[in-house]
Design a protein around this ligand. Sequence first.
Ligand code: PLZ
Length: 442
Amino acid sequence: MTSVEQSRHLATAIPGPRSTELMARKVATVSSGVATTMPVFAARAAGGIVEDVDGNRFIDLGSGIAVTTVGNSAPRVVAAVQAQVEAFTHTCFMVTPYEGYLEVAEHLARLTPGDFEKRSALFNSGSEAVENAVKIARKHTGKDAVVVFDHAYHGRTNLTMAMTAKNMPYKDGFGPFAGEVYRAPMSYPYRDAKDMDGELAARRAISQVEAQVGAQNLAAVVIEPVQGEGGFIVPADGFLSALVEWCHANDVVFIADEVQSGFARTGRMFAVEHEGVVPDLVVSAKGIAGGLPLAAVTGRAEIMDAVHPGGLGGTYGGNPLACAAAIAVIETIEQDGLVERAQQVERVFLDRLHRLQADDDRVGDVRGRGAMIAVELVRSGTDEPDPALAKAVAAAAHAQGVIVLTCGTYGNVLRFLPPLSISDDLLTEGLDVLVAIFGESR
Ligand code: PLZ
């Protein structure tokens, strides 16, 4: 099925000669503002492997930042996109609409939480969809303010930079930022006081919002149900549900940014389902279309339809190739049982990483859900973040043929986001490499 051999293989030193050559061309042609995690250039990828231009094969624990959930060049996606590219590549949905867009919206209405009438609008990137969710909430409520959380990541456009918490590298020197964005304290079980449960953390956030913003000015609360770039922070039980309840009592739209956590990634189709939370609007992107650029806002019909005709759109939003890919992704998730597969991946990771934590007190926290798992690294015997260790472990893994990413406000989190098409053998081998690196670095 997959054309790329499913084994880790080092053909050259990392990076090899061909990648080194390409990297020199990158420096000469691409803005230095666009940095790369890996020093190698991709040639092919499938299953759980990325092969580079020198023939090195890497175990993929990153999925291109949580995008290729069904695997790279997944067979159904390839076939659907090939058929669509031959039929037509673009008409612009706002000019001559097509059925694929409707099919994606119908699937989204069925798959997102909530037993009510829904509508969707499609866009190109997570950032663009988050911006549009805020536009829709403002139009619906007639209010301006937006509340986001500590450690949040929502994108790199002007409004979403304002919504993103971390300065470096996302915001530094790029202001002035959009106004009427307010930040509330997040529930962060590893770093909160031990008696801070979900409800208390929600009360802390809500009382700050009431004092500093006022519900009468607030259009939307936007939150990642499991924070991504901020460090794979899973809020304490009860935090999200208390926030939704408060939003509904105060005519505030509750928006779940499921760009990273959605589409089977956490062992549910959407991460809010772990808590039985039903958002008013859900933002999807990344895993929805197997690597083709597609994003969506889906939610209550009365909110989505509050916008005047022509108020939402864009040249490429819901591009036919991306819609064809999304339909194939959804079929793959459902027919191949990938939600359950994410739950198995969680067990493999947590078992191994908890054992690592028991042996190594620099592993301060092991957390996450499904195939969205992380370890937060600290200086021995403290809870002081150790970003240098995270960076060193990631670099050593890259040199040994394993793609891992870091994240976190303090840069001290190693995160694991494998494609769900990866085999248990490759997962275990990737974990073996990492555990050995921890051992050698002690
Ligand atoms: N919301 C929760 O995770 C994108 C960003 C990588 P775009 N995360 C990866 C980087 O350094 O740019 C993301 C996300 C959440 C929104 C976004 C933004 O999605 O498709 O990158 O615009």
